[in-house]
Design a protein around this ligand. Structure first.
Ligand code: 48F
Length: 255
């Protein structure tokens, strides 16, 4: 019989969790937000051998994938992103030429598993509340435990990395923090942050084409791209999100 008791269980959890946290006080890449774009970026970067940590404020990674559209748990994927679905072993149904549907729960689960098994570490219930900037370059992020209700006056920790990705979706949280400090002045971002009205065709292209390093050390992927540069929203078609994550990973790896 395996020998265990409550104290040994607690000690195992503390040892394992703090090991992960300590290992990622300094990473190659920090990804803020475990949505579809951030998860693809994490899997690709980790597969290239980079040390990657994803910080997710919610209990459940996966962002906007789970709910499909209007909580009908199916998403649409276009042909261009099908190589990613095949790598994930996610089953798809061809509805018309070049257009597929996938079970959003299967997709969310596969994205998470792939990122973690590639070597990325996800710290959930971890809210990023600020950026760490030295000499005009983003060097890391300021984190706190996600609070259930009103934030408590508890000081945060800071995690450091060579590159930080804002994958926080519509919230575009890190870009917002720069804007609030006037640090985006003179940079080619939208006057008012936030995505534009629905235009699925343009939005799917925009979210991939405009992936970039917005501020030294700070990159955007996914819906945060549209919110940063004023691109349209696109609703429950997810190919662009996946390709946006792939693109940011490839640009960071090159940089
Ligand atoms: O919004 P989200 O799924 O990001 P995405 O990769 O994908 C967008 C689509 O889901 C959907 C869409 C498709 O057409 O438009 O919206 O751009 O996931 C963003 C994740 O970031 C987390 C949030 O909980 C979500 O899981 N997040 C947001 N702010 C913070 C954060 C924060 N301050 N700290 C940590 N995580």
């Amino acid at each position: 019989m395996t020998q265990f008791d409550e104290a040994r269980i607690s000690k195992a959890i503390l040892g394992a969790y703090h090991g992960k946290l300590a290992e990622h006080i300094v990473s190659d890449v920090i990804i803020v937000g475990a949505g579809p774009s951030g998860l693809v970026a994490a899997a690709d970067l980790a597969a290239k051998g980079l040390k990657v940590v994803i910080l997710e404020k919610r209990l459940t990674p996966g962002g906007g994938v789970w709910g499909g559209a209007m909580a009908m748990n199916e998403v649409v994927i276009q042909e261009e992103a099908m190589p990613i679905l095949r790598e994930l072993n996610v089953r798809t149904r061809n509805v018309e030429d070049g257009l597929y549907t996938a079970d959003s729960i299967e997709l969310a689960a596969a994205l998470i598993l792939k990122a973690v098994q590639a070597g990325a570490v996800i710290l959930n219930m971890t809210t990023v509340e600020d950026l760490c900037i030295h000499d005009g370059t983003v060097r890391g992020v300021v984190i706190n435990r996600t609070f259930g209700t009103t934030p408590l006056p508890i000081d945060p920790l800071t995690l450091m990395a060579d590159a930080v990705i804002d994958g926080t979706g519509h919230e575009t949280m890190l870009i917002e923090m720069l804007k609030r400090r006037g640090l985006l002045e003179g940079l080619p971002v939208a006057d008012r942050l936030g995505d534009g009205p629905m235009n699925a065709v343009e939005g799917e292209k925009f979210v991939v084409d405009r992936v970039s390093e917005v501020y030294p050390g700070l990159w955007v992927c996914g819906m945060a791209v549209c919110a940063t540069f004023g691109g349209p929203r696109m609703g429950p078609i997810f190919g662009g999100m996946l390709l946006s994550g792939r693109r940011v990973a490839s640009l960071i790896a090159k940089a």
